[in-house]
Design a protein around this ligand. Structure first.
Ligand SMILES: NC(=O)c1ccc[n+]([C@@H]2O[C@H](COP(=O)([O-])OP(=O)(O)OC[C@H]3O[C@@H](n4cnc5c(N)ncnc54)[C@H](O)[C@@H]3O)[C@@H](O)[C@H]2O)c1
Length: 440
């Protein structure tokens, strides 16, 4: 099938590449000329495991191309996937300007039937706005051309995006238009050979499903973070509590890890956007507001622990930092807890020596001109000459460090672990002080 992907970011590039990989003819469009230049020259603008090889294979096979030419992109695909960003507006609601602009472009240049698919995470009612934008542009041209608008939210996880796209748990398709349902079934047939995973529903339910999924996952994290903080006060160990409740199949073990707060490009903005959608509909989502408040507070928990140990004034201190990305296997630092921690530490006069396997270049961009952060390319180089070590991202390579070497290198041998990576007895046996989240 001929497919155009509008917006070649994390979701657009992964979706376009996976769709090409099963044999489709995919053209990815972006307004960011630099991004398209990198892709055309064989580079990859983001870090996602396995993506570079898959992009290369499909480009070499002639199934995947990149462009900044809107007219060419609209002409190409029967399917027009909208995968542009939906960042938070000033009040937290989703900013739909990029989605609407993408839809307008389709309306401006389409010459035949198109299935316009919202893959971006968009509030309930967006499909109506996309439809209106298409209709307005066609009316302005005096044209009457058929089109269908479909909601097809994306559930991939950064860091495991290719596997998630190739083997989805479910594929939500929101439309009641039989012609569009047929196209979507044909498109997704290669991704569900084992059993049917397509859930066809009305557009509004599909749009809400995506927010409901992220809101539920964020709720589990904030719930565990609150219980972890309570465990510290009560002298309980949250890791034992986690095992104790996760073994209940109604609860399960996934997404029950306490930590330094959730971040990333999705949970924070999607929780906020759903709260705003509810307000606009005259309904208060009390649980979700608490989820957001708890998460905001959680991002300062590591700083509080460091301050409790080293004092309010951190001037003259150097904090080693392991992990910058909001989670492992990505270089994405949007809303990452590390950003809040770094800002808190710098504000208290500290310096930071940071290590991350892939996100340092992104951090350098974010903290451009900040001279109090040193970026190093080995974990132990961060520890060298630092006062204490803080861990914010659970990269695999941090799981079994050389604790005696860390003890020897730190001025105050203490680890502040925002991801509960270790059995507390192990670093303590090496003579380190060990502070985790909700642990004894
Ligand atoms: N990142 C994730 O893990 C993830 C997962 C599921 C859903 N989503 C949702 O998918 C959407 C995209 O997220 P992302 O992380 O890929 O964003 P991103 O910022 O990485 O990519 C968006 C891209 O769209 C481009 N763009 C903006 N306007 C355009 C236009 N009019 N025409 C062509 N290109 C345009 C931007 O230049 C950018 O490259 C968001 O709604 C997000 O919530 C993201």
């Amino acid at each position: 099938m001929k497919i155009t992907v509008i917006g070649t970011g994390y979701v657009g590039l992964v979706s376009g590449t996976c769709l090409a990989d099963v044999g489709n003819d995919v053209l990815c469009l972006d307004v960011d000329a630099e991004k398209i230049r990198i892709l055309k020259e064989g580079g990859i603008p983001i870090f996602e495991p396995g993506l570079d090889a898959m992009v290369k294979a499909n480009v070499d096979a002639g199934r995947l191309r990149f462009t900044t030419d809107v007219e060419e992109a609209v002409a190409h695909g029967l399917l027009q996937f909208i995968a542009v960003g939906t960042p938070p507006d000033e009040d937290g609601s989703a900013d739909l300007q990029y989605v609407v602009a993408a839809a307008r472009n389709v309306g401006r240049f389409m010459t035949g039937y198109k299935v316009v698919v919202d893959k971006s995470t968009v509030p309930v009612g967006t499909a109506d706005k996309v439809q209106a934008a298409l209709a307005e542009e066609l009316a302005a041209r005096g044209e009457s051309i058929d089109y269908s608008v479909v909601s097809n939210p994306e559930f991939l996880k950064e860091g495991a995006a290719l596997a998630d796209f190739m083997k989805p748990d479910r594929i939500v398709v929101g439309t009641e238009d039989p012609r569009a349902i047929d196209v979507m079934r044909e498109l997704y047939a290669p991704f569900q050979r084992n059993h049917e995973r397509l859930l066809v529903m009305d557009v509004r339910s599909a749009e809400l499903t995506k927010y409901a999924a992220n809101a539920m996952l964020a709720t589990r994290i904030s719930f565990m973070n609150e219980l972890a903080n309570l465990s510290e006060r009560l002298g309980a160990d949250i890791e034992l509590v986690r095992k104790g409740i996760g073994s209940d199949p109604r609860i399960g073990f996934d997404f029950l890890y306490p930590g330094a707060g959730y971040g990333g490009s999705c949970f924070p903005k999607d929780v906020q956007a759903l709260i705003r959608t509810a307000h606009a509909a005259g309904h208060d989502l009390k649980v979700l507001q608490a989820v957001e408040d708890a998460n905001d507070a959680q991002k300062s928990v590591l700083t509080q622990k460091i301050v409790k140990r080293l004092g309010e004034d951190l001037s003259g201190k150097t904090i080693a930092l392991w992990g910058l990305a909001f989670k492992p296997n990505t270089d994405d630092m949007r809303e990452a807890p590390s950003r809040v921690l770094i800002a808190d530490l710098l504000a208290r006069g500290a310096r930071v020596r940071a290590y991350d396997p892939v996100a340092s270049h992104e951090a350098q961009r974010i903290f451009a001109g900040e001279t109090r952060i040193d970026f190093v390319d080995k974990p132990m180089l961060a520890v060298q000459g630092a006062d204490v070590l803080a861990i914010v991202t659970e990269w695999k390579e941090f799981r079994a460090p050389d604790f005696p070497a860390i003890k020897a290198l730190l001025k105050t041998p203490a680890i502040f672990d925002g991801r509960n990576l270790y059995d507390p007895a192990v670093p303590r046996r090496a003579g380190l002080e060990y502070f985790a989240i909700g642990r004894l």
